[in-house]
Design a protein around this ligand. Structure first.
Ligand SMILES: *Cc1c(COP(=O)(O)O)cnc(C)c1O
Length: 454
């Protein structure tokens, strides 16, 4: 019985001569399609072993076409973020500015002086230029850029504290999300974590009392994605910097989001800025490139030139090296800040600073165009490990109690030619114009029309 099933499977050559697969082979290659055919036949054999009957010729061709459509499409696919969450990790965090995109494209298109000193013709460092701009923008002595902030923290701890002790407040030995746990990163670096204080209250004197001849650093970690409220205390950065200076111990600050602008200007709490840390006398400040900085995925370290040299020459620095397209985009993003143009050029800041009436107008335009839903007040979030619990007032288009239910509408929006990602609140589907990029309104309207059937 089973052996007849196996024998009834069509052969590879027969399948490849099918007009549909021949067309696919023309568009890609015969080798690539043969690979998918073999995989589909393997799947069929597995099925037969489990007692299923052999699929026919058309079924296997269908499976191959489906596999090709799924895995050979361009990826990642553009989606529209109508969630109102500015830094949405699942959607790739920060979109890049026009200037950053152009810089990355230019770096990708040809050769560059990435590691060549054009004046001398000798080998240069890919960090020299970015170090200079980082210094100018943040007020620090120098800076380097690596793959992401997680690797920046790992690199700094490995280079400065392997085999020795690092003092951290008990309230900051936390998980930031996405698998970044301070105690685990610490262990990986070879440093010994010395927890001081309590979960809610830690004083400068707790740090001071823990200093021994084995102490390599004091690490402060910004509570990026949670807030401890009520009976709490943590020392000022300047107090820690002072202890560090007096006892000759470097003070490191994992700032997470690394904003260069003051979020208080937009009606939110003051997210500590990179400049705050530098001015407080922190020796190394570490932050992400694609959170509130609004640039590409990167990890940035700014601070003391002596410590930076140790970090940059550690073997791990090579393993977490930043790539040229990213460096180009990061450099261009920093130039927007240097020009004082971040609010108009960097998308995340353009979104954060959009006036409320402009958001209301756009939501109303969507509502008018689809002749459905109501425009109402709501809240946008920053997300991406920044300003937990803080929101920005916004206006959304709310599709109340849609036929088929809110989950079904959201699923339909995700299946649009350009997927639209909305959010559900109290069974309403909400679309927030704040995070919808310029030029995407028409696409949102088309997706909505087809999802709700107007
Ligand atoms: C986000 C975050 C990190 C990790 O940064 P990535 O750039 O995502 O690697 C580390 N520490 C803190 C405090 C963070 O908020």
């Amino acid at each position: 019985m089973t052996s007849t099933e196996f024998r009834s499977l069509p052969g590879v050559e027969r399948l490849l001569s099918d007009a549909r697969l021949a067309a696919l082979a023309g568009a890609y290659s015969r080798e690539a399609v043969t690979g998918l055919v073999r995989r589909s036949l393997d799947d069929a054999r597995e099925g037969i072993k489990k007692g299923q009957s052999a699929p026919g010729h058309d079924q296997i061709v269908g499976a191959v076409l489906e596999l090709a459509a799924r895995s050979w499409r361009p990826w990642p696919r553009r989606v529209i973020n109508a969630t109102g969450v500015v830094l949405h990790t699942n959607l790739g965090r920060s979109p890049l500015s026009r200037v950053a995109i152009e810089a990355a494209t230019a770096a990708a298109e040809g050769y560059s002086d990435l590691e060549l000193d054009l004046a001398t013709g000798k080998r240069g460092s890919r960090q020299a230029h970015i170090g200079e701009i980082l210094a100018q923008v943040t007020g620090a002595e120098t800076g380097i850029a690596v793959n992401n902030n997680a690797s920046a923290v790992l690199l700094a701890l490995s280079a400065l504290a392997a085999g020795r002790e690092v003092i951290v407040s008990r309230g900051e030995a936390v998980e930031i999300g996405g698998g970044f746990r301070v105690p685990d990163v610490m262990r990986q670096s070879g440093a010994v974590l010395i927890e001081v204080g309590t979960t809610n209250r830690t004083y400068a004197k707790d740090y001071e009392a823990a200093v021994t001849e084995r102490t390599a650093a004091i690490l402060k970690v910004h509570p990026s994605n949670f807030a401890v409220t009520g009976f709490t205390h943590s020392p000022e950065l300047a107090e820690l910097a002072e202890i560090g200076r007096r006892r000759s111990i470097p003070v490191l600050h994992d700032l997470g989001s690394g904003s260069l602008l003051d979020t208080a200007k937009y009606g939110m709490a003051h997210e500590p800025t990179v400049q705050d840390s530098v001015q407080a006398g922190v020796n190394l400040t570490l932050f992400s490139g694609d959170k509130l900085l609004g640039g590409p995925q990167a990890g940035v370290i700014v601070g003391s030139a002596t410590l930076m040299k140790r970090a940059a020459s550690h073997p791990l620095a090579r393993a977490v090296r930043i790539d040229k397209m990213t460096l180009a985009a990061l450099s261009a993003t920093l130039m927007s800040y240097l020009k004082g143009a971040a609010e108009s050029e960097v998308p995340v800041w353009r979104m954060i600073s959009t006036p409320l009436d402009a958001l209301e107008k756009r939501a109303q335009e969507w509502s008018d165009a689809v002749r459905s839903g109501v425009v109402k007040r709501s809240e946008s979030a920053i997300g991406g490990g920044s300003l937990p619990g803080q929101t920005l007032p916004t206006f959304v288009l709310a599709i109340a109690h849609p036929a088929g239910g809110p989950d079904e509408i959201c699923a339909k929006l995700r299946r649009s030619p350009v997927p639209v990602i909305a959010r559900i609140e109290n069974d309403d589907v909400l679309l927030d114009p704040r995070t919808v990029m310029e030029g995407e309104d028409k696409t949102v309207i088309e997706a909505l029309r087809s999802a709700i059937g107007t």
